[in-house]
Design a protein around this ligand. Sequence first.
Ligand SMILES: [Zn+2]
Ligand SMILES: [Zn+2]
Length: 282
Amino acid sequence: MRRRIGVHTSIAGGVSLALERAKELGCSTVQIFSHNPRQWQAGPLPEEQVSRFRELRGLYDIDPVFIHTSYLINLAARSDDILEKSLRLLVREMDLADALGADYVVLHTGSASQDSPADARARAVRALRRVAEEGEWKAGLLLENTAGERGDISSTVGELAEILDTAAVPLLAGVCIDTCHAFSAGYDLSGSAGLSDLAAEIERELGPEKVKLIHLNDSKRGLNARVDRHEHIGEGNIGSAGLRRCISHPVFRAIPLVLETPKKNEDDDRRNLETVRRLLLP
Ligand SMILES: [Zn+2]
Ligand SMILES: [Zn+2]
C-alpha cells in the first residue's frame, strides 16, 4: 500500500480550497483547521463548501483527513472560564469534523504551569470525559505529544498513555506523534538510540495501533530545548538521516505523514514533500 503523505493546507477562500491545494501538491492525506485557530468562534461552514469538500475528497482520494484544533483550547486550564470555552470549542470542532467527514481531530491537550502536572492531567481527563458526554462522533480525537514547554501536560508517551487510559472514552482514538515536539522534549531522534527508546515506549505503554498520525517536522532548536520551533525537513537538528530512520521504523512504517514545516509559500511545501518522498525511497 502506498504511503499517505500530506501537508497542513490553508482553508483561505473556503474549506474545499484546502483540498485543491493538497491535490496541487500531490498529497494523498491532508490536515486543515476548520476555522481561524486563534479565535474562540468556529463556523458555520457554508453548505456548498461542505458538499464540495466531501465530493473533492473522494475524487482526489485524499484520505485520511485530519483537523487540527484551535491553539486556544486548554483542557488543563485552571480558569473555569477558559476551561468552559475550551470544552465548548472542542465539541464544536468535533461537530465540524463530522460535517466535513474528517477522520480525526488532533488536539494539544493542554498546559498548566501554575499547578502540579498530575493535577493538571487529572483536570484534562475530567474535561475529556465531559466532552465525551456531549455527543457521539464518527471522527476520532487524537492527542498530540507537545514540545515540553513550561506546563505542558503531555510531552511524553507515558503521559499520553496515562490520559488515554484514565479518560477511557471511545471519543479518544489514539495519538499523533510530532517528531519536532518529541526531539524538543528529549527524545533524540537524530540518532537510532533515541528512536528505539521512543518506539519501545510506544510498544510498552500505548500500543503501536494507537498511533494514527505522524507530524513530520524537523526542529530548529536543539535536543531537549523544550521550545516548539519547526524547521524544513533535513535542515534542522533532527536531520535527514534521523527523519528517514523514523518514517521507516517498523512502528511508524504504515502511519500517514503530515508536514507542518515553515511556509512562506507553497513552493516550501513542494520542496519539503520532495525531500520526504526521496527519504522514503528504498
Ligand atoms: Zn504537530
Ligand atoms: Zn509544533
